[in-house]
Design a protein around this ligand. Sequence first.
Ligand code: GBH
Length: 450
Amino acid sequence: MTEAAQLNFPAGFTWGVSTSAYQIEGATSQDGRGTSIWDTFAHQPGRVVDGTTGDVACDHYHRYPEDVALMADLGVSAYRFSIAWPRIQPDGTSPANPAGLAFYDRLVDALLDRGIDPVATLFHWDLPQALEDRGGWLARDTAYRFAEYADLVARQLGDRVKLWITLNEPFVHMSYGYGMGVHAPGRMHLFDAFPVAHHQLLGHGLAVDALRAHTGNPIGIANNYSPVWLRGDTEADRAAAGAYDALHNRLFTDPLFGRGYPGELALDSAVTPDGPVVREGDLEIVARPIDFLGVNYYNPTGVRAPEEDGPLPFDLVPLDGYPTTNFDWPVAPDGLLDLLTTLRTTYGEALPPIHITEGGCSYDDVLTADGHCDDPERVAYLAGHLQAVREAMDAGVDVRGYFVWSLMDNFEWAEGFTKRFGLVHVDFDTQVRTPKTSYAWYRDLIARQP
Ligand code: GBH
């Protein structure tokens, strides 16, 4: 294991933590907040493994001063949070709800008071339900509504937000939400979810324009990436790996850098009853220049050709020889090094600076009777992955920051409260926050940097 003492990063490297609105805020019907697709989904029986919802979550909406104090003591230079669209526009189209804007105003000012840079994500999966009722991201109109929402937020927060992120993980929102139906909105369009990809990316590009009108600060997007590790040596295995890479990694990246959609996915001719999905001029909007690429990295994926004829052109296989988290995700820091160097070789000079906007792991963290929570696996995970970032930087990849997922245990989507990713333990009955060993480790690491 890498000791924290060996991890030296250049001055100015951003040390951060990440969260998202629905996972921590609670207060879902307060101060005029509208219903989001996650409220609807989590309240349907059988959707979330432990039957929980984000109604209260970490009660961050009321406890944000305490949470900001925890971040200040941790010594982070930045905090990545998301803004709940239905707090700003309860039905997705209305004029701005002043009480909704006011919450983020208070949060941003509290952060700035403590010298922490606010990093805001506009969309982390909590679409206003009223827009879902009009087709959600399957509808082209949602892209234009997203740009209007971006304008309302940017007018209010402008340059007080130091980094702007349009979308979080559009791949997961498309595949889990609209492809397999395991996330909100719970639709199952496995083979015709592509409009969801294009409309999110179109919304991203339109939002970049809307944000630029109100801020000079950097704008990016947070994609989740998984390096594809070939498991097999036949031509068919290689084709399967290429197909998975195109779908998981390149679908949401190639068009950002002016390459259009990966050819092997044959998406450019996609049509819906409303006409072609990709219209004239769209790809120029999608490719609006961005100032940084947000990279969410958890693990690599083993891929080979399907053993039997099935609906998908690949099989995902476990990676032998790696420890796993309690989510069964492999712990593979070398995957992060691989990913970063691959992004650099694939996109070359077109690749902007990178922020690792998420990285972390869940374990069965136990709070002892005397109030300690020891999580050595998380320390090892973070040390290994930060070492990988350092090596990628030495190899010439321009990485500017790392944001741990997550500041605190929270509502882990379809897993409810059964998966803990935090540096801070949360007791969901009492709302007591207890920093874990990993919090002290990260604090010491940050304190030692120039
Ligand atoms: C992120 O999604 C989200 O942005 C965040 O809200 C969430 O809480 C956090 O991560 C933790 O889940 O190799 O087959 O086991 C992460 C998306 C998709 C990454 C599944 C890991 C592992 C699939 N994840 N993937 S597998």
